[in-house]
Design a protein around this ligand. Structure first.
Ligand SMILES: *Cc1c(COP(=O)(O)O)cnc(C)c1O
Length: 227
């Protein structure tokens, strides 16, 4: 049986190999372990193996786990769809939110971010390739939302996030990531200073790293198949 520690080590190897192939350093690539549906005991195994950044998609599921693990110093990333009645908990419990796609949600996260905490790091989720998906905003609408978010003092806009349409071909996988990187660079010529590309999951992390990912979000390859 493969342990979580062994799977984590294998993922770190994949990160290093992909970074080397792309002639970029692996250190600045942040590995977020996506622990949605996983029990606290599995997260503790990952912590014992040195993991500190974790991603969750469902707030009701995340809150008790965050409370149970409060003795550790962990960095929690919210990566799921955001309903407006859940923004207060997200603003209070997470350090990062990757899935902002509406100004109304950004405004609420800003207003509800507790004063004793630093500004909340946010990424805008972009629908870069999956025409059929309801998640993420159109690339043409990203710049306006980004400028509006930069006016919110309790948020720190860091960059862009995407979940592309699954594609088994490692060459094809790179295209949406290349487009997201291009979009980020365009935005940085328009007065923004974004440093984060949150892209790459268990099946396409190599492609994402080759196209400049700075955060990869990995669930299955660390914790095994979700039930
Ligand atoms: C579940 C999820 C992941 C992790 O996916 P795996 O394929 O299990 O690595 C990453 N990002 C988001 C937004 C997710 O919902």
């Amino acid at each position: 049986m493969t342990t979580i520690a062994q799977r984590l080590a294998a993922v770190r190897d994949r990160i290093n190999t992909a970074a080397q192939a792309g002639r970029r350093p692996a250190d600045p690539i942040l590995l977020v372990a996506v622990s949605k549906t996983q029990p606290v005991t599995a997260i503790e195994e990952a912590i014992a193996a040195g993991q500190t950044a974790f991603g969750e998609s469902y707030i009701q599921e995340a809150l008790p786990k965050i409370a149970a693990l409060s003795a550790y110093s962990l960095i929690w990333h919210f990566i799921g769809p955001i309903q407006s009645n859940k923004t207060a908990d997200i603003a209070a419990q997470f350090a990062w939110v990757h899935s902002v796609e509406r100004l109304k949600i950004a405004q609420r996260l800003n207003d509800q971010r507790p004063a004793h905490l630093p500004a909340l790091n946010v990424c805008i989720q972009v629908n870069i390739s999956r025409e059929d998906s309801k998640s993420g905003i159109a690339p043409t609408e990203v710049l306006a939302l980004a400028h509006a978010i930069t006016r919110l003092p309790r948020l720190r806009l860091r960059g862009l996030m995407t979940v592309p349409k699954p594609d088994a071909d490692p060459v094809q996988q790179r295209e949406p990531f290349r487009l997201l990187h291009q979009l980020l660079m365009q935005m940085n010529t328009q007065g923004l200073s974004l440093d984060t590309l949150s892209m790459g999951m268990s099946d396409d992390l190599e492609a994402a790293i080759r196209e400049g990912a700075t955060i990869i979000r990995i669930g299955t390859a660390i914790f095994g198949q979700r039930t």
